[in-house]
Ligand binder design. Structure first.
Ligand SMILES: Cc1ncc(C[n+]2csc(CCO)c2C)c(N)n1
Length: 207
């Protein structure tokens, strides 16, 4: 029996819900999030995306030739993503030269660890990380400014299509691996779900 991305979502729906439905996002939608909390998230997420870029580059390095187009498009989009984060930080006069919080740091370390695992686990992890934001920013519904820009960025149709392509890649390789590696992919999926939830909570609790 091969596990698929949609089966992982179904089997672990509770864990996934906690990753994608969080007071941080609900309060963005209500317009009640504290600017300080939003700023903490923004800075920490920039630091995360820097490491995520390295993660995607490592996944690309391990990928078969026929996955290059999709992974390169993701990597190319990250150039704009990083510049955009810098602009959003500058608008708020936030310093991006800060230390990552422990939760952020550990998530980044975990991503690096995943790149030492079989490619199927890497592909599955990449999909899960992107889906977390694609769903998380979309589920609360229309957001007020200034949060609408963030929700649109990761909830839009183009990004949704990209995440579907990542799912296809992950499903394709999961078909080719044994049960041990499938189990590793399932554990990684749960790790991502927990770390996504913790990342939102971190933004709300840091001074
Ligand atoms: C904690 C955290 N988890 C997932 C993402 C998702 N994500 C990572 S890079 C990127 C841009 C397009 O690839 C997106 C949406 C994030 N930003 N922060």
């Amino acid at each position: 029996m091969t596990i698929t991305c949609s089966q992982l979502l179904e089997k672990h729906s509770q864990a996934w819900k906690q990753a994608t439905v969080h007071p941080f996002l609900t309060q963005c939608q209500l317009g009640t999030i504290q600017p300080q909390q939003f700023s903490t998230w923004l800075v920490q997420d920039y630091l995360f995306v820097v490491e995520f870029t390295r993660f995607v580059a490592r996944v690309l390095a391990n990928s078969p030739r026929h996955h290059f187009d999709i992974l390169l498009s993701g990597l190319g989009a990250l150039k704009d993503e990083l510049t955009w984060f810098q602009a959003k930080a500058q608008e708020r006069q936030l310093n991006l030269e800060t230390e990552p919080q422990e939760t952020c740091k550990q998530y980044c370390e975990y991503m690096k660890l995943v790149t030492t695992m079989p490619y199927a686990v890497q592909a599955n992890t990449l999909w899960a990380i992107e889906l977390a934001y694609n769903q998380g920013w979309q589920l609360p519904g229309k957001m007020p400014p200034p949060y609408a820009e963030f929700a649109d960025r990761w909830g839009n149709q183009g990004f949704t299509e990209y995440v579907k392509l990542l799912e296809q890649i992950a499903d394709e390789v999961l078909l080719t691996v044994d049960e041990t590696v499938q189990g590793q992919a399932e554990s990684a999926f749960l790790e991502i779900a927990t770390r996504e939830k913790d990342f939102w909570s971190m933004a709300m609790t840091v001074e």
